[in-house]
Design a protein around this ligand. Structure first.
Ligand SMILES: *[C@@H]1O[C@H](CO)[C@@H](O)[C@H](O)[C@H]1NC(C)=O
Ligand SMILES: *[C@@H]1O[C@H](CO)[C@@H](O)[C@H](O)[C@H]1NC(C)=O
Length: 225
């Protein structure tokens, strides 16, 4: 009887330590949004969504996962904030299943064509790669991971629609720019990638503009050297 009570007490303590308070940041790559009522497609406001096809792991260096940190990293991999702060199109939202419900993108970054200040204006005119960022930091799934909706766009004359196969192409280009050692603003990064299937369904169901994808999400772990 006494031993049984001890077991119950230890069991309770174990649960407390094994499943710590939900507000604490958890040391994981990310939590699958789908298992807790979220989605791996954002809401583009058109009835469809863009695939969240790149995840920057919660196990990355913490400084990379802040607003300033991700903008510096984006510059290191040849993206920059939008052309002179000008914003084309409405923000999109995503539900990352973390208890925050749908949340607007924190920032949208565009390919800078080698010039972090003016290059994004070029992207707005001639098209190119861009991404939106959503942070998984709600009370029930606080990984700190950043979920990116990456796509390659047509030029402005095409109203910024996505090029054919633009989600897969955008993801692959971003990952290729990111892999290995990169640097910007005196910060040097090492990035490793791993492809994950089973988060996004391959095909075009629910996807904005009906553009099919291969269903791959690439997980990046970014470490400051
Ligand atoms: C996102 O931003 C738009 C425009 O600022 C706003 O109307 C909308 O309510 C926001 N959505 C969410 C989910 O916060
Ligand atoms: C992930 O998949 C894409 C598309 O098939 C491929 O081009 C890329 O090399 C893969 N990356 C890794 C790290 O396996």
């Amino acid at each position: 009887m006494f031993l049984a009570h001890i077991a119950v007490v230890f069991g309770a303590l174990y649960s407390v330590y094994a499943f710590p308070s939900s507000v604490q940041k958890r040391a994981v790559d990310f939590f699958n949004p789908v298992t807790t009522g979220g989605s791996m497609l954002d809401n583009a406001g058109s009835g469809g969504g863009e695939p969240l096809n790149v995840i920057i792991s919660g196990l990355s260096s913490p400084a990379v996962l802040t607003d300033d940190g991700i903008i510096n990293y984006a510059k290191a991999i040849r993206f920059s904030t939008e052309c002179l702060g000008q914003h084309l199109g409405d923000p999109q939202s995503a539900n990352l299943g973390d208890g925050n419900g749908p949340v607007n993108q924190t920032v949208e970054l565009r390919e800078d064509f080698g010039d972090p200040n003016l290059g994004t204006c070029l992207e707005s005119l001639i098209g190119g790669n861009h991404f939106r960022i959503f942070r998984q930091n709600g009370p029930t799934a606080n990984s700190g991971a950043l979920f990116l909706a990456v796509s390659k766009e047509e030029d402005l004359s095409q109203q910024h629609t996505i090029v054919p196969d633009g989600y897969n192409i955008g993801r692959n280009e971003l990952v290729n720019n990111a892999l290995g050692t990169t640097s910007f603003g005196g910060v040097s990064y090492t990035t490793v990638a791993k492809n994950i299937t089973g988060l996004l369904a391959p095909g075009s169901t629910g996807v904005n503009h009906g553009i099919a994808t291969d269903g791959i999400t690439t997980l990046l772990v970014v470490t400051i050297n």
